[in-house]
Design a protein around this ligand. Structure first.
Ligand SMILES: Cc1cc2nc3c(=O)[nH]c(=O)nc-3n(C[C@H](O)[C@H](O)[C@H](O)COP(=O)(O)OP(=O)(O)OC[C@H]3O[C@@H](n4cnc5c(N)ncnc54)[C@H](O)[C@@H]3O)c2cc1C
Length: 292
């Protein structure tokens, strides 16, 4: 198994920012993940897993931790009747493809979520009325003390949230799907992608929604648009001119640039609407937003 020191994480995130992981490994089996977790525990090293980095903001100074990226058998997909088994490192796009070929529907909502199964479980990713909680049967999670299956309720899934913590690795998920004609799946995916392209900056480097939608008549995007933030820049990062709840890497942005935009967006939303926006993007390394 390949274990390296000081690996730049910028190339493992869709925004393309962030510093190095002190230790980085690409385990290919459950046994290798368990061994790495045990070794990290012995050495007192924190552990974090990255998927496709599509919801991740990594500190420019990097992360003092063992960072895992799942590969091989822990990123594989198999179908057994109406049950689809996917490794934590499997890309949603691959899972959707396998489900469609097997004539299984229910995962179409994930067509425009450019992440992995592990990241989807961690975030309870969702779109267009569907989410991971709605299809998950159970999830195999590894810790330094061993691996075990958790049900959706044990994972504490709610809107873009689970109770998972770094050091817990999603090894595998079982998805309960239902028979559906591949042609119908294709047509729905085409339509969802069309809607997505119309509304969001899909051809830019971003990490998806910056903030969760608040309990308010306006979504986070509409609120930030009303604050006049579309196109607002800090260094190489800008708030998307197309959708104000996205931050784009416009020109060699750093994580500090993105964080400065987030701080300004929260300040203005609080000033104008009295709302305290909560970030949806996950932080890795030491990153903090100023108090409101
Ligand atoms: C253009 C764009 C559109 C998006 N649209 C949506 C959308 O509609 N809905 C939505 O919900 N999200 C959306 N996202 C955000 C993102 O794609 C999802 O949150 C996705 O589920 C993240 O998966 P990932 O594999 O990239 O996780 P990462 O970004 O790599 O990681 C996210 C978190 O999950 C943890 N993690 C990842 N894998 C594992 C694992 N195997 N075990 C334990 N923890 C793990 C990480 O440690 C981190 O805390 C979008 C992003 C982009 C760039």
């Amino acid at each position: 198994m390949n274990v390296e020191e000081r690996v730049e994480l910028a190339r493992y995130t869709t925004l393309g920012t962030g510093g190095p992981a002190s230790v980085f490994a690409r385990p290919r089996t459950i046994g290798e993940v368990e061994e790495l977790l045990r070794l990290a525990a012995e050495r007192g090293l924190d552990v974090a897993t990255v998927g496709l980095g599509s919801n991740l903001l990594v500190a420019d100074r990097g992360v003092d931790a063992l960072v895992l990226k799942l590969d091989g058998a822990v990123a594989a997909v198999t179908v057994d009747g109406e049950l689809l088994r996917a490794g934590g490192g499997a890309a949603n796009a691959v899972v959707l493809h396998r489900a469609r070929d097997a004539g299984l529907g229910g995962f179409e909502f994930a067509c425009a979520i450019p992440g992995t199964i592990g990241g989807g479980v961690w975030m309870n990713g969702g779109a267009y009325g569907g989410d991971f909680a709605g299809v998950l049967e159970r999830v195999l999670v590894a810790t330094a003390d061993g691996s075990g299956w958790l049900t959706p309720s044990e994972l504490g899934l709610s809107y873009r949230h689970s109770e998972l913590r770094h050091g817990q690795v999603v090894l595998r998920a079982e998805l309960r799907l239902r028979p559906r004609l591949p042609e119908e799946i294709k047509a729905e995916v085409r339509e969802l992608n069309r809607r997505r392209k119309e509304a969001q900056p899909t051809n830019r480097r971003t990490f998806g929604s910056v903030f969760k939608n608040p309990e308010h008549e306006l979504s986070a995007g509409r609120m930030l648009e009303a604050c006049g933030l579309k196109g607002y820049r800090s260094g190489g990062a800008q708030i998307s001119p197309k959708h104000a709840n996205f931050i784009e890497n416009a020109d060699a942005a750093t994580t500090a640039d993105a964080l400065a935009l987030m701080a300004e967006a929260r300040r203005r939303a609080n000033e104008q609407f009295g709302v305290s926006l909560q970030h949806e993007v996950e932080f890795l390394g030491t990153l903090e937003l100023p108090e409101l």
